[in-house]
Design a binder for this molecule. Sequence first.
Ligand code: EPZ
Length: 442
Amino acid sequence: MDKFVIHGGRKLNGSVRISGSKNGSLPVLFSTLLSDGPIHLSNIPTELRDIRLSLEILQSLGAEYQIHPDGSVKLEVTDSASTTADYEQVSKMRASICCLGPLLARRGEARVSLPGGCSIGDRPVELHTRGMEALGAEVRIESGYVVAKAPRLRGNTVYLSGPMGPTVLGTQNVMMAAAGAEGVTVIEGAACEPEVQATAGFLRAIGIVIEGDGTPVIRIEGHGRLGGDSCLAGCDYEIPPDRIETGTYLLAGAIAGGEVVVEGCRPSENSALLHLLERIGVPVEVGESTLTVRGVESVNPVDIAMLPYPAFPTDLQGPLMALMCLGRGVSLITDKVFPDRFNHLSELRRFGARIRKEGPSAIIEGGAPLSGATVMASDLRASACLVLAGLVAEGRTEVTRIYHLERGYERMEQKLGQLGADVEKIDDKMAEKIDDREMARG
Ligand code: EPZ
């Protein structure tokens, strides 16, 4: 098991290129189950663990694929017999619930393991299953699996907003099912995230008519039952850049720049972060596909809530918290999407940060000097938060269990290294022993 060793206090300077979007790629990969033609996807972040796992799941469902060194993937479904995505695979990655829609649409049935909860809090899928039922599927939970059957799906109006707002993967899952329904489906209360638009763009490329993606009402003209002669075409499709990786490097630049140029991004998709940086006194220059940020010694405090797009994204809540440790006063960060997503908080305290949690909020008393510490990554974005804190903390920081980080950030140690950070990835034998002991106990 690997860990990062960071010697903090080095100024970051130079440019960093953003990879293709992880969360934009995952549902697109599962959408390929709808098509019978060859598919060529470019700008896929192929080094990420979640991408590799998705490809393995697709293989178990009858797809053949090749990964090319330029970060593209060729893929073709050659066997449509299997309808089961099993526990071993789905439990490792929540996005694999997105098999449900395309399997139902293309194969008439699906047996997909429930993804279960995870370290960022409760993550139910009832909005996904309710959406499938609205399209005419019979859905039941059996032995930990969502078992769904629908010899024919029929278009309908589906409402996909829950107690915490719209569901991002749920919207994409229902869009994929609706692609194989008869007639028109209208999704109301749809998620507006750019990743939903990425999936819509792919579905358009394989021949589905979709309007309204990026707004709360999406209209999908179903192709009708897929299979036999009635199939969807192959296509070439490019995945957009990762807006969360973009935001993470912007925040790294704010914490530890120098001057950092984030290249190959879409600035408009990070407008909530850009407005916030302006408000707290971090200078950012906005180009067409670049963002240039200058580091600061301290920032104005904030009171901000994580909400669905276009508001500030929950996936940047952790990295933002690292920056707010430099606040000139008390900041309040509230996560209204995942109110329990605060695993990084107690680890930040090891650096000397003064933080406490109250309900869905973290209260950060900025300005305490941070000193390097050994901290444990517990989920993807919490890991990024700890790495950012390590960049500015004085002395040596170890971030253990960075496999979480590698689910969502390609070669982060190299990208930060190119900017001048002192970050080394090393094999952590000790953590392996601890993990073995934990497993033996479990
Ligand atoms: C996606 O998860 C992302 N994952 C998450 O990124 C991201 O944090 C999240 O959207 C919110 O932006 C992928 O795209 C692979 P939701 P998703 O369904 O779609 C509740 C990362 O770090 N809810 O939009 O699973 C839910 O509990 C990951 O890259 C229900 O109540 O999230 C949450 O409070 C982590 N019922 C809220 O809605 C449901 O049926 C939003 O969840 C589904 C969700």
